[in-house]
Design a protein around this ligand. Structure first.
Ligand SMILES: [Zn+2]
Length: 242
């Protein structure tokens, strides 16, 4: 039996009982935690605001035999504009599904939490959802062992040719001389991916993408994500239907 506190972002909220919530939270030190919040759906409950979906809160959890209860939840930050646009809420749902897929319980997750909070902050401020989505996908994959090897041709080390070939399954890049398979991409698109993956997170949010490449960038990242994790995502199917 133990009480402990940590900050975390609510990535899922499920209803149970008459007025209870089961929440899933991404925390810095303990990875993804699933916890019961008794009475939290009652507006007068002290847990009401801090355990809501897409809220960043300071939590106190009570843990016994790996079962968690929320005993305190103090709101640190809210993102009220996320639900105002369909593509914003659809993309943030996708981010939450990716966190649940890629981050485990008890996994140190400070970088993943920083990525999620920053991306949600920009989304809430009105930055385009289709601009932030590939950034989040590539950065969360890179944090969890799926960094694409896009610095140079995997065979000969050539930095760029006008057309380059990205092998989705292997996450590797080939120049036009060495390409035997892989998806043909303009060097502009490859440079965009480099600008997302290679620099610090702060710099990555300044990446440039041309209007004609943004659709292809999104498609490539969706396909790379699906290949890396070998599964389909409901939230991605929904995004594609928009
Ligand atoms: Zn080559």
């Amino acid at each position: 039996m133990e009480n402990f506190s940590c900050d975390g972002f609510v990535i899922r909220e499920q209803y149970t009982g008459e007025a209870d919530r089961i929440i899933t939270v991404l925390t810095k030190d303990y990875g993804v935690i699933r916890a019961f919040a008794k009475g939290a759906r009652r507006p007068k409950s002290k847990l009401y605001s801090g355990t809501a979906f897409l809220v960043y809160s300071h939590f106190v959890f009570f843990e016994k035999n790996d079962v968690y209860r929320v005993t305190e939840a103090t709101v640190l930050n809210v993102f009220p504009n996320l639900e105002k646009e369909l593509d914003r809420i659809a993309v943030v749902n996708h981010f939450c599904e990716l966190i649940m897929e890629l981050i485990s319980h008890h996994q140190e997750s400070s970088e993943a939490l920083r990525l999620l909070l920053n991306t949600v902050y920009f989304l809430n401020k009105g930055v385009n959802a289709w601009y932030l989505k590939p950034l989040f996908q590539l950065r969360i994959l890179s944090l969890t062992g799926f960094t694409p090897n896009i610095i140079a041709c995997n065979n000969c080390g050539t930095f760029e040719t006008e057309t380059m070939y990205f092998d989705i399954e292997g996450g590797t890049l080939y120049c036009s001389e060495c390409a035997k398979h892989g998806r043909a991409c303009s060097v502009d698109l490859i440079n965009t991916i480099r600008d997302i993956v290679i620099p610090t997170l702060e710099k990555a949010y300044q990446y440039k993408v041309s209007a004609e490449n943004i659709g292809e960038l999104n498609q490539l990242c969706d396909d790379y994500l699906t290949a890396c994790t070998e599964r389909k995502y409901k939230t991605l199917d929904f995004l594609r239907s928009l």
